[in-house]
Design a protein around this ligand. Structure first.
Ligand SMILES: Cc1ncc(COP(=O)(O)O)c(C=O)c1O
Length: 483
């Protein structure tokens, strides 16, 4: 196979000649890997990729990769070996727990930090753990990602908290639900920041309400942790957050790590997922479980993932989470203003009361072009990475788009036939620490031009996925990288 640089050298040369993208002077940008990657475009040009899909996953901090590379020299089995490398790996893995715990303001005496494969894995484990002895009642917010819905449906009885037309969780309805089921609700499951609208609910207010009715609170910090400071608060604080889950790949550390943090007492029973490492002793008919957190980390630990996550936490703290939050808010406001200028663009969830905030996630649509086609044209013809569709948050999105029950039924029938054509959805741009005003300006210009002039290439809609595929040149990326 030709190296991508040879195969696309004529395109890259064209991009250089055309000076399609001014070099970015922002020193923050240089801390991330791959943000200046050139990609081929329809028509033979190339340009620096503009990644506006950070809500899906983020590029790596260079320093995270350097840290992982250094650790790889020491890499060996965690909790299972006696050699020097096993000792260093184990020591390092355990030290990472403390870093992650401090990043979210958890308490060493009260909380356990369990390493997982990310938010989906964390919530599945928590749901299986809390659902071990029967099906507890869980109030699930209507703003959630499927990862904070489906595990609860499997292991608990779910009641919903409604969302208003403005995309905001209806806290009056939450209070009604808590009163209706007072004393019975085990947990309120709520997002720290929506992956659809970027809305950040007032989680400490929500926690106070939940605690007044004897319920704990789980905050899904998948979208929050890379954008805003998190503080679980003291274990006796009425506004404390009881459980937090996070994914390292959304915090500039894409090495498969994640964490579930919660009160030690919740993890003291039989582990939901037993296996190697979760025990002190096994006989043919007896088992003595290990102490938490080992009891809830079955299998060989992902030490690389833990190192990467801990390094990312340290780096974000060094940059300063208040500064990260300020930058995230500023860039988002800039992007909202740029998109608002484009005729026919409708954004969702952009307005919020004072005690709500936003992270840099903006979803929009236009009656002039299907969301899938818009995303395809931005990618194929403009070198911009966005996402389109329902963003793994179907209930929230269908509510925002006012899909009624009979329409929803038709979509169910369509999905059962594996047909996703003309599904409802939005286009989402999501911003990271390294994105710039120039990139936002370029994306806004692209959206405007795409709507005014239409696509230059020809596309067909893949019924199975709802994605639009260019008829010419779709395969040009196939050889760009191969392990
Ligand atoms: C709000 C939210 N929760 C949960 C998840 C699932 O995270 P992961 O895929 O890392 O498990 C995502 C991923 O996009 C998300 O945005």
């Amino acid at each position: 196979m030709q190296s991508p640089d040879i195969r696309y050298s004529h395109l890259i040369g064209a991009a250089r000649r055309a000076h399609l993208q001014p070099r970015d002077p922002d020193p923050m940008r240089r801390r991330f890997i791959g943000v200046d990657k050139e990609v081929p475009l329809f028509g033979g040009d190339a340009r620096t990729y503009v990644n506006l899909d950070n809500a899906a996953t983020t590029p790596a901090f260079l320093e995270v990769v350097e840290s992982v590379n250094k650790f790889l020299e020491w890499y060996a089995s965690v909790h299972r070996g006696t050699g020097a490398k096993a000792y260093v790996s184990t020591h390092c893995y355990e030290a990472c727990r403390g870093v992650v715990r401090d990043f979210v303001g958890a308490n060493a005496d009260h909380h356990e930090t369990i390493f997982t494969a990310g938010v989906t894995d964390s919530i599945n484990r928590l749901a299986a753990t809390l659902g071990r002895d029967g099906r507890p009642l869980v109030l699930v917010s209507g703003m959630e990602h499927h990862s904070n819905i489906l595990p609860w449906r499997r292991h608990a009885r779910v009641e919903w908290i409604n969302v208003g037309d403005d995309g905001l969780l209806d806290l009056n309805h939450m209070e009604e639900q808590l009163r209706r089921y007072s004393g019975q609700v085990r947990l309120v499951a709520v997002t720290g920041a929506s992956n659809v609208t970027g809305l950040v609910p007032p989680v400490h207010r929500i926690a106070r309400m939940a605690h007044e009715h004897g319920a704990d609170v789980l905050m899904d910090a998948a979208q929050l942790a890379g954008h805003r400071p998190i503080n679980m608060r003291a274990p006796d604080d009425p506004e404390r957050i009881d459980f937090i889950v996070m994914s390292a790949h959304k915090m500039y550390a894409p090495f498969g790590g994640g964490a579930l943090i919660g009160p030690r007492a919740a993890f003291e029973g039989e582990p939901a997922f037993p296996g190697g490492g979760t025990v002190e002793l096994v006989t043919p008919d007896r088992v003595v479980w290990a102490e938490p957190p080992g009891r809830d980390e079955p299998g060989t630990p992902n030490a690389i993932g833990a190192v990467a996550l801990a390094r990312a936490c340290r780096l974000l703290n060094e940059i300063g989470m208040p500064h990260v939050a300020e930058k995230s808010e500023e860039l988002r406001a800039y992007a909202v203003a740029a998109l608002a200028d484009i005729p026919g663009i409708r954004m969702y969830g952009t307005a919020a009361p004072d005690d709500w905030k936003h992270v840099g996630v903006i979803s929009f649509e236009s009656d002039r072009m299907p969301h899938g086609l818009m995303a395809a044209v931005l990618g194929h013809e403009w070198g911009i990475g966005v996402r389109h569709g329902c963003f793994c948050a179907h209930p929230y999105l269908m509510g925002l788009l006012k899909v009624d029950a009979s329409q929803a039924q038709r979509y169910v029938a369509q999905a059962e036939a594996h047909d996703h054509s003309s599904f409802p959805g939005l286009v989402r741009i999501s911003l990271g620490l390294y994105n710039t005003h120039e990139e936002v300006d370029y994306a806004a210009k692209a959206v405007r031009r795409v709507l005014d002039e239409g696509p230059r290439a020809r596309y067909f809609e893949d019924r199975k996925t709802g994605d639009y595929i260019p008829l010419d040149g779709a395969g040009q990326l196939d050889d760009c990288f191969c392990p």
